[in-house]
Design a protein around this ligand. Structure first.
Ligand SMILES: C[S@@+](CC[C@H](N)C(=O)[O-])C[C@H]1O[C@@H](n2cnc3c(N)ncnc32)[C@H](O)[C@@H]1O
Length: 323
C-alpha cells in the first residue's frame, strides 16, 4: 500500500513540468485560421501561470477567439506551493479584451470532474499540456465528447494500445514542432526529448505527397518471418512500385499522408510470437516485434514498426512480387 502511494506520488510529480511560451506560440501560429470564432478550453492550466493561458489572453483578438476558459487543478504541487491553504480550483473566463471573470470551482478542477466536463462540452477546441500519467484517460475523454484538440503528449503514446487505434483510424495525428524544453517546479529548464504535439486539427503536411524514389527488389526488402509484410527500414526507402503491406519505422508518421497510404497496424499487435516459429537462442526475445531471417538460422529483431499499404492501385500487385 505504502509502495503504491509512493508510486502515485512519483507519477504525479512527473506530471509537473510546464510549457514554455515560445513553444506554444511556435505551434499555435500554424492553426490561427482554425481558432477563429472558437471557444477554447485549457483544462489543465493555472490561468496565472500557464503559457497556454498567457498565449490565448495575448492573442484573443488576433486569433479572433469567441471565448477562453482555463481551469486550475488545485491538487498540483505547484498550486500547493503557491497557495497551500486553498483547496479549490478556479476558472478564468475571457470573452473579450475587457471581459475577464475569475470564478471559484466547486471542486478541485480535475479535468474529469462534472463541472469541468460541462465546460468541455461548451468548448470547441481543447488546448493544453495535460498530465502524461493520465494521457490515455485524457484522450479517451476528448474522443468521447468528440472535441477538437491540440495538446502536448508523449511521443510513445503511438505504442499505447488505447491510443494507436485513433492514429490508425485518422482520428489524431502529430503537430508541427516537437517541444524539447520545459520548466520544472524549481523554475529551471528541463530537456525532454520524448514529447510532441497531438491534434485532430488540420495539419498541412498530411496533405503533402511523400516522394518515392526506390524500386522494389526482393533482396533489399525481405519479408518478415512473423508477419506477411516486407521490411522497409527507412521511410525514404519506401519503394514506389510496391502496393502490399510494408513495415516502416514509427517516424514514418511524420510523413504520413492518409490519401497516399493506409495504416494497417503496429508490430506490437500484429507480430506472431517467435516462440511458435523458431527455436530459442536463434533470436533475441522481448516484446512483440517483427523479425527477418539472417540466412544462417538466426533472426534479426526490428524496432517497433507500423504496417502500411499504398493507396490508389486497384490490381493485386502481390502477383508481381510473389516468391
Ligand atoms: C504537464 S503539466 C502542464 C501544465 C500546463 N498545462 C502547462 O502546459 O504548463 C500537467 C498539469 O496537469 C495537472 N493535473 C494533474 N492531474 C490533473 C487532473 N486530474 N485534472 C487537471 N489537471 C491535472 C498537473 O498538476 C500539472 O500541473
Amino acid at each position: 500500500m505504502a509502495n503504491r502511494s509512493l508510486q502515485s506520488a512519483k507519477t504525479a510529480k512527473n506530471d509537473e513540468f510546464y510549457t514554455r511560451f515560445d513553444d506554444v506560440q511556435r505551434e499555435l501560429n500554424y492553426y490561427k485560421e482554425q481558432f477563429k470564432n472558437k471557444v477554447v478550453y485549457c483544462n489543465c492550466d493555472d490561468p496565472a501561470e500557464s503559457a497556454f493561458a498567457e498565449f490565448f489572453k495575448l492573442n484573443f483578438d488576433h486569433f479572433g477567439l469567441k471565448k477562453l476558459v482555463c481551469t486550475r487543478y488545485s491538487k498540483s504541487d505547484l498550486f500547493r506551493q503557491l497557495d497551500p491553504v486553498k483547496k479549490y480550483g478556479y476558472r478564468l473566463e475571457i470573452t473579450g479584451r475587457n471581459s475577464l471573470q475569475k470564478i471559484d470551482l466547486k471542486g478541485d478542477g480535475d479535468f474529469r470532474s462534472p463541472e469541468c466536463i460541462e465546460l468541455l462540452k461548451e468548448s470547441d477546441i481543447v488546448c493544453t499540456n495535460p498530465p502524461f500519467s493520465l494521457f490515455r484517460e485524457y484522450i479517451a475523454q476528448l474522443m468521447r465528447h468528440n472535441k477538437k484538440f491540440l495538446i502536448i503528449g508523449p511521443i510513445n503514446a503511438i505504442t499505447y494500445k488505447e491510443i494507436f487505434p485513433y492514429i490508425k483510424d485518422n482520428k489524431m495525428w502529430g503537430g508541427y514542432v516537437n517541444p524539447k524544453e520545459f520548466i520544472n517546479p524549481q523554475n529551471k529548464i528541463e530537456k525532454l526529448g520524448n514529447v510532441q504535439w497531438w491534434t485532430n486539427l488540420d495539419v498541412k503536411k498530411r496533405h503533402e505527397e511523400l516522394p518515392l524514389y526506390e524500386k522494389f527488389v526482393p533482396e533489399k526488402y525481405p519479408k518478415y518471418i512473423n508477419y506477411d509484410a516486407i521490411s522497409v527500414d527507412k521511410t525514404a526507402e519506401i519503394p514506389s512500385d510496391y502496393f502490399d503491406a510494408m513495415g516502416v519505422p514509427i517516424s514514418f508518421l511524420d510523413k504520413y499522408n492518409p490519401d497516399q497510404f493506409e495504416i494497417l497496424g503496429i508490430s506490437l499487435e500484429l507480430a506472431r510470437p517467435m516462440s511458435e516459429l523458431a527455436p530459442k537462442g536463434t533470436y533475441m526475445q522481448g516484446g512483440a516485434r517483427f523479425y527477418i531471417a539472417n540466412g544462417d538460422g538466426t533472426f534479426e529483431r526490428k524496432f517497433d514498426r507500423i504496417v502500411i499499404k499504398r493507396k490508389g492501385k486497384n490490381e493485386d500487385s502481390s502477383q508481381n512480387h510473389k516468391g
